[in-house]
Design a protein around this ligand. Sequence first.
Ligand SMILES: [Zn+2]
Length: 211
Amino acid sequence: MPLALAPSLSWLAPPLCWGCSGPARRAEPLCGHCRGSFQRLAAEPVSLSGVAVWAPVAYAGPARELVRALKFRGARGVADAMAAQIVANAPPDLLPRGALVPVPLHPRRLRSRGYNQAAEIAAAIARRTGLEVAVRLARSGSTATQVGRARAERRVGPAGAIEPVGRAPTRVVLVDDVVTTGATLAACRAALLGAGSAEVRAVVFARTLGR
Ligand SMILES: [Zn+2]
């Protein structure tokens, strides 16, 4: 999408769809056609790197454009459309299972982006459901702090180790925007289980297929 047509910059023009740059209804990041062309995934969670993960849609087409808009174009409002897909389609017993814990962002990336996209999605799910958001994970700020740590503790390599923060909820639903291998979710789960959580599952907006 050309930058000049980016919806966040077009407050004088009609809202544009993040998927196709066509017209969209106000407060709707996608037009009806793009919304209808999500590649929907199975109702049951899948196991990735040992974590039960559920996503409503595949990481493709308009879903990928929404993720990019939230991550790279400052379109924070897009998180609500992602949350809407999650809340409307999640298995009934999944979301109410515990506290919503956003996957943490590296502090340097948080500074440059200004927000954690996973936390934006978690907050939007909470607004729609009344569930609790608990920020209980952090990434270490510097990869230098990993020097001298045991290999098993270097959970996510150069992106910074994931550490528990405060009291770990007994039951946790991790929240993120995209999952591919599940390695990051597994690192989050290991950190929370180590801090006392009994059950850690995950919801993400989109899952990469075919790997
Ligand atoms: Zn569209």
